[in-house]
Design a protein around this ligand. Structure first.
Ligand code: AMP
Length: 178
């Protein structure tokens, strides 16, 4: 299945979660077995080419794709979590979203010093979430040079923001006009 065919499986929901947002819903993509498998296979090849030694995924949709990639490559999976979820001492970063604000936390002991970590998430919009994840993983000693997404919304500037933090962004598909 080509990336163009996978793009057809993404559902667009206007005005969710608030007026003016075109929500790119991956529920319909992961609800299609061959579509889910093809999406994961593309991400696996990208992560392999990036020399991943561990995969980090952001709660919650990053867990779906990130864990699948980690399993396929037999690599560790690092969950980047919403606040208050981890049962140990954490480090955290607050960040701005396309809509609202949020916070991400990790267990810093889950990362080996200098470990090459590749980030996987469903979508990059403003890049605030990914930038916070990069900051956190680097604080814990990880080497983060690559971030992989199913969907890029290039008009929101996320890839450019990550490039400014020396992180290369790759995505399977783009949606313009957001
Ligand atoms: P950002 O931090 O702005 O790059 O936003 C990234 C996260 O917010 C992604 O992990 C998405 O899950 C979610 N998100 C932001 N904008 C959208 C959108 N237009 N459609 C679907 N999900 C979105």
């Amino acid at each position: 299945m080509t990336p163009d065919a996978l793009k057809e499986l993404v559902r667009t929901v206007p005005d969710f979660p608030e007026a003016g947002i075109q929500f790119r819903d991956i529920t319909t993509l992961i609800g299609n077995g061959p579509g889910l498998a093809a999406t994961v296979n593309y991400l696996v090849e990208m992560a392999r080419n990036a020399g991943a030694e561990a995969i980090a995924g952001m709660e919650a949709r990053g867990f779906i794709f990130g864990a699948a990639v980690a399993v396929e490559l037999e690599l560790p999976f690092i969950p980047v979590r919403k606040p208050g979820k981890l049962p140990v001492d954490t480090i955290g970063v607050d960040y701005a979203l396309e809509y609202g604000t949020d916070r991400l936390e990790i267990d810093p002991t889950s990362i080996a010093d200098g470990q090459r970590i590749v980030i996987v998430d469903d979508l990059i919009a403003t890049g605030g979430t990914a930038q916070a994840a990069v900051q956190l993983l680097r604080m814990a000693g990880g080497k983060v040079d690559d971030a992989l997404f199913v969907i890029d919304l290039p008009d929101l500037g996320g890839a450019a923001k990550l490039a400014g933090a020396d992180v290369s962004v790759s995505a399977l598909m783009q949606f313009g006009g957001d």
